[in-house]
Design a protein around this ligand. Sequence first.
Ligand code: RAM
Length: 375
Amino acid sequence: MKKRMVSVMLTAVMTAGLLAGCGGSSASETEAAASASAAQETAAASEAAAEEAGDAAEGGIAAGHTYAIITKSAGNPYNEREASGFKEVIEANGGTCIIQQPETATADAQISVINSLISQGVDSICLAANDENALQATLQQAMDAGIKVSCLDSKVNADSRATFVNQAGTMEIGQALVDAVYDLAGGEGQWAILSATSQAANQNAWIEAMKTIVEADEKYAALELVEIAYGDDEPQKSTDQTQALLSKYPDLKVICAPTTVGIAAAAKVLQDQGTSVKLTGLGLPSEMAEYIGDDEAHSCPYMFLWNPIDVGRLGAYTSIALVNGEITGAAGETFTAGDMGEYTIVEASDGGTEIILGPPFEFNPENINDWKDVY
Ligand code: RAM
């Protein structure tokens, strides 16, 4: 487990080096490794490297195919990073990448994007779903048209996908969050959840996991979950919802926001108001660095996440393996995700399958500065 975490972190650093060195343009995997130290490369040198990567990718494992990624919505830095990792891998392997980011985090917005990708005849769609079930009919049409459908970040139901790139084990994330709430509340008192949309499959799975864990263990009996609020992954709505929680619950001790948009909005509200309410959840180090601290001046003592660039990269390798027929998405299949190494497809709790990127990682005052420029 430790070894895996180190490798996830190393990939993160390497990817950061790559992005910093090449301005987000594509590069071959061998160059990705070399680029770890290339953060200071000049723009001209970066362009040359990207060109070389393009040459190396001719006839690459993704050549001649078109791979689409659909994120939950535009304007969310997490989604941008996910899409950049996906694009980097597809292009470095000679494929054509289409990035679609709907205006709003709704199923309807994704349905119209999927329909247009079906008309374009793409080979693969990898999506972070805004609704677990509402996309089923449209995705069925995509699969009937021969398109390989997979998910990353947030899944659709088992019938609507070949497999799902899950950023970390759902129960593992739930456990990390519950333990953080317990710790920050001092073992008892009121807490609230500030989520994304009420339909988001990933947030809902993490919330269910938290509830299950709390109900199963007497240790958590003195914690009282007073409300689950929804900020819809919109900064202003998340800010408003945080303010509403503060005024509705004067005895509130902790807010847990399992969304990078929600936690960043809540962190600002809590810190600006100087309240004693503490925050934890899932946040991007780059957005949260100014709020992470152990003292009264900071609203978030610690939080968790994984590398969203790597979620996108693994989504791309999965899409390539599906299109190449190397995998079908069945449990037990293995494939090599380039420099990320070998992954095994496992059974998911919904009857479908998943591929787990790695464990969630804790960001705290000791390590936040190492990560705030990475993602
Ligand atoms: C937000 C999105 C995304 C989720 C992260 C933690 O950016 O809701 O789907 O994985 O938070």
